[in-house]
Design a protein around this ligand. Structure first.
Ligand code: ADP
Ligand code: MG
Length: 234
């Protein structure tokens, strides 16, 4: 049997909403294999970020199964789930959230530092990743010395420090101009190919969709069938 890197099965997520509840995700299924780059589109409020949060094991679904690398996340204890997230999941949000006082290479190292891993071991890897994202010459720069696009590249490199199987990316280009946006999406394409990550990217930039392998559309918390022009009623 093929084990998919990420498998969401019949996921529903309800948020409390006053006396009742709001269904942010409604019977969602999603399968992403290693080396596959999937884009997730849909109107604001359709549940895209909620889906990423569930896939990232940051939010527990109300029902359904999250399976990462063959492991059923719901069967894990909190500490085990945290370990799985650390070892298998890379998360890239719209805002890089870099620490102002740290250099680019230090942004990558704090993660392993917190794990109690020898820093020198991680140092080589951090420099290698900064090279891959095109920042070899900026390793010792602090966030204020970097452009918005460069900060997002540090963010990407940082997400790769744990050698994730699953890479979850929420609107990585929302704060960038067109040219920088395209280069970030191209970078994510290259990373998906080189590291065989199962990559899910939420995006508004429909023009970059051809750089991804498939497009999934969400609407009102559900995966909606691709709306091909020929299938639209006239
Ligand atoms: P998208 O990323 O597609 O814009 P979200 O996943 O952020 O959509 O939101 C889906 C729905 O869930 C929206 O109606 C939103 O208001 C609601 N929602 C998102 N996060 C929360 C939260 N933490 N608490 C309550 N409701 C939320
Ligand atoms: Mg969102």
């Amino acid at each position: 049997m093929v084990t998919h890197a990420l498998n969401l099965i019949d996921i529903s997520l309800e948020y409390p909403d006053g006396e009742s509840s709001l269904k942010a995700l409604d019977a969602v299924d999603l399968v992403v294999g290693r080396g596959e780059f999937l884009s997730l589109v849909g109107p604001s409020g359709s549940g895209k970020s909620s889906l990423l949060a569930v896939a990232a094991t940051l939010v527990k679904p109300t029902s359904g199964l999250v399976v990462i690398d063959g492991q059923d996340v719901s069967a894990l204890k909190d500490a085990e789930r945290t370990a799985l997230r650390r070892d298998k999941v890379g998360i890239i949000f719209q805002q890089p959230n870099l620490l102002p006082s740290l250099t680019a290479v230090e942004q990558l190292l704090i993660r392993d530092h917190l794990r109690g891993k020898a820093v020198h071991e991680a140092l080589g890897k951090a420099h290698e990743l900064l090279k891959i994202v095109g920042l070899a010459a900026s390793a010792n720069k602090r966030p204020h010395q970097l452009s918005g696009g460069q900060r997002q590249r540090v963010n990407v490199a940082r997400a790769l420090m744990g050698s994730p199987t699953v890479l979850l990316v929420d609107e990585p280009t929302a704060a960038l101009d067109h040219e920088r946006s395209e280069s970030i999406v191209r970078l994510l394409r290259r990373i998906t190919d080189e590291f065989s990550t199962a990559t899910v990217m939420v995006t508004h930039d429909t023009e970059f969709l051809p750089l991804t392998d498939s497009v999934t559309t969400m609407r009102d918390g559900r995966i909606s069938p691709a709306a091909l022009p020929s299938a639209l009623p006239n």
